[in-house]
Write a protein that binds this ligand. Structure first.
Ligand code: B12
Length: 210
């Protein structure tokens, strides 16, 4: 099975290829995830989104996929966490944005990782689409100035400030429409999550942080 066959399996399951690299000479790590509406449509049509978590659904769906293509799946929600963003940078397919999230030249900040597929063989990966980060040409960097509580700074991401704001009435905008810093980025706006998907992620985020 070559990369093209694997990609077909990945896309049939509702996911996208987001990059890959060779951790060892005879090993390949392929990052897969979501951008655009496909994954959310598959998830919401296959189960009750109120009862089944996206992580549970992801695990079942991707374990079946991994079995079919002879790979091992590692998940972003495994504990201790796998360094998905470091892997994303290594793949060269995405770049680190000023706010820490990874940015894709097409999908912008609107993509998430759902798994890393590890193959115990050397797969021929496609060449990276560009070597330039879209952030290099962005002079204004609105992602760094538009957060209502300045949670993002060169010192990092202030999680308590962010959460405390989202939980108040003033934070309804971020809760309903998604993180404002993320929304203000001009790249990949067409891939902004649907209102249902946004609400789902933001509520899960607030719930997880208590
Ligand atoms: C813990 C965690 C959080 C914590 C704290 C993050 C922090 N303090 O930086 C909390 C719960 C607060 C959080 C929040 C969010 N997270 Co988060 N999170 C993770 C998780 C599970 C582990 C990260 C980790 O500790 N890795 C271990 C370290 C050693 O390895 P590393 O990740 O390679 O290290 C890099 C990051 O730490 C990064 N980094 C530096 N500064 C920042 C700042 C931010 C905001 C982030 C996300 C990363 C980041 O720099 C390191 C070197 O590259 C990852 C999944 C994963 N396994 O990677 C998702 C992950 C990083 N989160 C993600 C997302 C989308 C979010 C949210 C936007 C969720 C949402 N609301 O929709 C928010 C952020 C902002 C917001 N206002 O909405 C995505 C990022 C996708 C992308 N395009 O980059 C990931 C990869 C999950 C996924 N399934 O795709 N997250």
């Amino acid at each position: 099975m070559d990369f093209g066959d694997i990609l077909k399996h990945v896309e049939d399951a509702g996911f996208l290829y987001l990059g890959g690299f060779h951790p060892e000479a005879r090993q390949t790590l392929v990052l897969i995830g979501n951008a655009g509406p496909q994954m959310w449509q598959n998830f919401s049509s296959s189960c009750d989104t109120g009862l089944t978590t996206l992580d549970q659904w992801t695990k079942t769906t991707i374990k079946n996929l991994a079995d079919a293509i002879d790979a091992t799946a590692l998940f972003p929600f495994d504990t201790p966490p796998h360094p998905f963003l470091t892997w994303a940078q290594k793949s060269g397919e995405t770049f680190t944005s000023p706010i820490g999230l990874s940015i894709h030249p097409t999908y912008g900040l609107w993509h998430g990782y759902r798994a890393a597929l590890v193959f115990e063989r050397n797969l021929d990966l496609p060449p990276v689409s560009t070597t330039n980060s879209p952030c290099d040409d962005c002079v204004e960097k609105p992602c760094m100035t538009q957060c209502p509580v300045n949670a993002f700074s060169p010192q990092g991401y202030n999680v308590p400030e962010c959460i405390n704001h989202i939980k108040t009435r003033n934070g309804a905008d971020c809760l309903e429409l998604g993180c404002r810093a993320r929304r203000t980025c001009p790249i990949g706006r067409d891939f902004h999550y649907s209102p249902q998907q946004t609400r789902f992620h933001m509520s899960a985020f607030v719930k997880a942080q208590g």
